[in-house]
Design a protein around this ligand. Structure first.
Ligand code: AQP
Length: 329
């Protein structure tokens, strides 16, 4: 039986966080055994907000190495850099011409990221069309995304329908794959905002590469409320509920079990327990990361990934251009 194809990516726009791991990366690891997986580092997306070239390079290699450290196996899944396959930018442009301004104006991520900024780059506005290209280029069946990306995936589906309607059946209509637990991990300093790697306040997130003592300090300083009951109640106790979601995602224990463990103990022991659980999860991963960076294997793995991804991308792009009326030489 042919395996369903999965495609997803992560932006090298900062140090990947525990949110990125729980909401995306660890699902990638599971999916590689049962699906035909393509995992990118979406470095073209990262430049929709300004990036320092040195930092972009380091973060790109870092995300790729974290994929491997988290357990993605290059013999099972294709790992590559978005910018190394030129078809992304090309199909991105073709799909931009099929996208309506109103559709992009409705995107909440654009509204959030542009809020309060004096000048906003056009790339930030049109980025959902490029994301659609990333997915459609590989005719992906499933796209594992966090809650925040649902709207972009919906646009991808609309664009695929629109293209197929106008130019003839070409694209598969992709489905979202959204994990039930921990789909949206929130900031440690503000439970109304999602945990994000580009947040200028490093105390708002746990980076996957944070040292154990940094993790302990960040969790001990995480905002809670003036109560002392460890209880899952997202409306009245959003901060504690977020910490409970993280605890549950990291240990695979149910929220009820964790509530029972800390009943009557207040937030101190709960936070300590959470910090140790996060450290226990990330420490071995960090050691693997170090080994991978030192091994020098990354370039080869990314080159092999590019070869495989390019083949598929070129096939789709050829079909798209021919259907749109481009002269193929
Ligand atoms: N807080 C989160 N909880 C659960 N999942 C999350 N994801 C991101 N933040 C959380 C998921 O991680 C994947 C990769 O995301 P991305 O790097 O492409 O961009 P993003 O969603 O914008 O992530 P960040 O960390 O917030 O990056 P910046 O700060 O650059 O915008 C996606 O599947 C996402 O859902």
């Amino acid at each position: 039986m042919t395996k369903l194809r999965v495609l997803s990516g992560m932006q090298p726009s900062g140090q990947p966080t525990l949110g990125n791991y729980i909401g995306a990366m660890r699902n990638y690891v599971k999916l590689q055994h049962t699906h035909d997986c393509y995992f990118m580092v979406v470095d073209l997306h990262a430049i929709t907000v300004p990036q320092d070239p040195g930092a972009l390079k380091e973060q790109t290699e870092s995300v790729a190495a974290l994929y491997l450290a988290a357990g993605i196996d290059p013999s099972q899944a294709t790992i590559f850099l978005q910018s190394s396959v030129s078809g992304h930018a090309e199909l991105g442009w073709l799909l931009t011409t099929l996208t309506y301004m109103g559709e992009l104006e409705r995107m909440t991520q654009f509204k959030d990221k542009s809020e309060g900024k004096e000048s906003v780059g056009v790339g930030l506005f049109t980025y959902p069309s490029l994301m659609a290209a990333d997915i459609l280029l590989y005719n992906a069946d499933l796209v594992p995304v966090g809650d925040d990306q649902k709207q972009h995936l919906e646009l991808t589906r609309d664009l695929a329908h629109r293209f197929n309607g106008r130019f003839g059946d070409t694209f598969k209509i992709p489905q979202g794959y959204i994990p039930e637990v921990g789909a949206r991990i929130m900031s440690l300093d503000d439970a109304s905002k999602k945990m994000s790697k580009s947040n200028p306040n490093a105390g708002s997130y746990i980076a996957m590469l944070d040292a154990p003592d940094v993790i302990r300090k960040k969790i001990s300083r995480a905002v809670t409320d003036s109560g002392r009951e460890v209880k899952f109640d997202p409306v009245n106790k959003p901060e504690v509920s977020n910490l409970l979601s993280i605890y549950s995602a990291v240990t695979d224990q149910s929220v009820e079990e964790i509530e029972a463990m800390y009943a009557g103990q207040g937030y101190g022991p709960f936070k300590k327990g959470l910090a140790e659980a996060v450290v226990a999860l990330l420490e071995p991963l960090q050691q693997k990361y170090k080994d991978i960076r030192e091994s020098g294997d990354l370039q080869r793995i990314l080159r092999e990934g590019r070869e495989k991804a390019s083949e598929q991308a070129e096939r789709t792009l050829g079909e798209v251009k021919s259907k749109m009326g481009y002269v193929i030489l």
